[in-house]
Design a protein around this ligand. Structure first.
Ligand code: TPU
Ligand code: MG
Length: 564
């Protein structure tokens, strides 16, 4: 058998730990898909459309560390690029692979199908360059190994997406076999001198403060520092808060954990502790308009130290080219044996009230948000992952208490409604043994609903809570108008559409607590496919946090243009 460019790509994907890749077929990628099918241990998983294909690979990368999507030129890739923008925003190495025009057509003046109708096909690569950390075009088998390795290596290093397009007549051309994977995984070590100076600076930042605390942000996983953050918390003894987008990146049953810091909509007392602290070590934060609650809660100034994956800023100094993992390890060594800096945690324990269990609603009363959230909370185990969509689902999941091991996945930087359905599919493909629970609003679900059919196809026992409040409630809280009303669907009824003649998905509609409980029991018992539970609640029944946050964001949006 001839070893080909497609084989090389597939083998590299398998080497970096991919057991699956997501695909939508098209004539520019058919031969490539044939080559990928021949790679042992690499399954080809199909999606309904390319946007979903991109988000499926993104969800897969959340569970597996990296993901790949294979699409056709332009009509496919331009849809997938939206999800690639998401992977960039969310720091996930997703490799987008696009079939491309025959190498003989480049520069020929030929007009080809699926293009914008001009003989220049370079626009897709140009767009991809803006949305990825590496974008390459392969029009000759000779260049393929170097270009493929460059794209994959850069994506893994940067924890950002990469783009590879392969001319359709090159995928099956002969190509050498790849060497060991170490060549593309190896990373430059931290610069020793910079590391020492950065740790000196951080140690004196902490030493000079009485009430330090740790704030963990959403890039912690990409930096590979979730465990290191726990060790640092143990060494310092101070309070630890997570930012909203970093929910579940620190164990919530850890004695130092005080909840989410999110300005006005923080967990009880977390904002007071934050305001009282005289030195916040921010690990891998992303401060945007949403995470700072419309710029009202933006940690900065002399009492803030910023520690990113490869960059430290503290005490008016900046340090680059050092891995956060190394910084944390060295800092732990430095503070060892010193008195614990536990003032923020002691203070938190003084002012915080014990957590009161949520009240149980009367079983036959109309379903309300609080009862819905209570029942979903009860479903969470140490083996559960909750994917929470943009909307009030963000605020509902933020209030949940996670057992050790439970994970939450959020897409707060990109915030593409509809993300959760294909991301759930991809996540479930990577982690079929976990209990996977999705919370998605009616408005969001309508963007990507058809990907539930692929969960039926692969018999993935996902539980989807579809929150039907007949509107874009998160938008209602920011700015209301007729555009926030959503056409109602028979959501539970969709499942029989997706099942057709051979599926085992189940759909239920819950209008009371009792109906929801029954549906959850049936969902847990259904191991043969997804279960969708439509939770019917009132249009205005949302968390108070969403209302407060929505007001702040609306104010930030409404700032008039600055006078020139
Ligand atoms: O719980 P709830 O009602 O807030 O959630 P639902 O029903 O899913 O509504 C979400 C409403 C929403 C929109 C329309 N949130 N953000 N947007 C703006 C938006 C539009 N298009 C995309 C692709 N992403 C968006 N975030
Ligand atoms: Mg809604």
């Amino acid at each position: 058998m001839t070893y080909t460019v497609g084989h090389y790509l597939g083998e590299r994907l398998a080497q970096i730990g991919l057991k699956d890749h997501f695909a939508v077929a098209g004539d520019y990628n058919l031969v490539l898909l044939d080559q990928l099918l021949e790679i042992e241990g690499l399954r080809q998983v199909y999606c309904c459309n390319e946007l979903n294909c991109g988000f499926s690979a993104e969800g897969y990368a959340r569970a597996n560390g990296a993901g790949a999507a294979v699409v056709t030129f332009s009509v496919g890739a331009l849809s997938a690029l939206n999800a690639i923008g998401g992977a960039y925003a969310e720091n996930l190495p997703v490799i987008l692979i696009s079939g491309a025009p025959n190498s003989n057509d480049h520069g020929s003046g030929h007009i080809l199908h699926h293009t914008i109708g001009t003989p220049d096909y370079g626009y897709q690569l140009e767009i991809a360059k803006r949305l990825t950390c590496a974008a390459v075009s392969i029009t000759s088998a000779d260049d393929a190994p170097v270009l493929i390795d460059h794209a994959i290596r850069t994506a893994l290093r940067e924890k950002k997406p990469a783009y590879i397009e392969i001319a359709c007549n090159v995928s099956a051309q002969p190509c050498p076999r790849p060497g060991p994977v170490g060549a593309i995984l190896a990373d430059a070590p931290s610069d020793a001198q910079t590391l020492k100076l950065a740790v000196d600076e951080l140690a004196s930042f902490i030493g000079a403060r009485k009430k330090p605390m740790l704030l963990l942000g959403s890039r912690l996983r990409a930096a590979g520092c979730e465990d290191a953050a726990i060790r640092l918390a143990d060494a310092l003894g101070c309070a630890v808060a997570t930012m909203a987008a970093a929910k579940s990146f620190f164990p919530e049953d850890h004695p130092a954990y005080i909840g989410t810091y999110w300005g006005d909509v923080s967990s009880p007392k977390a904002q007071q502790i934050f305001d009282w602290s005289d030195g916040v070590l921010c690990l891998t934060p992303v401060f945007n308009d949403y995470s700072t609650v419309g710029w009202t809660a933006w940690p900065k100034g002399d009492n803030v130290a910023l520690l990113d994956g490869r960059h430290i800023a503290a005490g008016g100094k900046a340090f680059d080219g050092i891995h956060l993992r190394d910084v944390i390890d060295a800092l732990i060594e430095r503070v060892k044996g010193q008195p614990r800096k536990d003032a923020t945690l002691v203070e938190y324990r003084r002012i915080s009230a014990p957590h009161a269990p949520a009240a149980v609603a009367s079983p036959d009363a109309p379903l309300v948000r609080a009862e819905m959230a209570r029942q979903i909370q009860n479903l969470l185990t140490s083996n559960t992952t909750v994917l929470a969509e943009t909307g009030d689902s963000w605020f509902n999941v933020m209030q949940m208490k996670l057992p050790r091991g439970a994970r939450v996945e959020l897409e707060m930087q990109w915030g593409h409604i509809g993300w959760s359905v294909p991301a759930t599919f991809g996540y479930a493909v990577a982690e079929p043994e976990r209990r996977i629970v999705t919370m998605v609003g009616d408005g969001s679900f309508q963007l990507t609903a058809q990907e539930v059919a692929q969960m039926v196809r692969l018999k993935l026992p996902v539980i989807i809570f579809l929150i039907n409040n007949r509107g874009y409630t998160i938008e209602v809280q920011i700015h209301d108008g007729p555009y926030n009303n959503v056409k109602n669907w028979d959501y539970a009824g969709l499942m029989s559409v997706f099942n057709a003649e051979d599926g085992h998905g189940k759909g239920f509609r819950a209008t009371t607590g009792a109906e929801m409980e029954k549906a959850i029991a049936a969902a847990v018992a259904n191991r043969e496919g997804p279960t969708l539970i439509e939770c019917v609640i009132d249009r205005d029944d949302c968390t108070s946090d969403l209302i407060s946050w929505g007001r702040r964001v609306a104010t930030a949006n409404a700032r008039p243009p600055a006078a020139r």
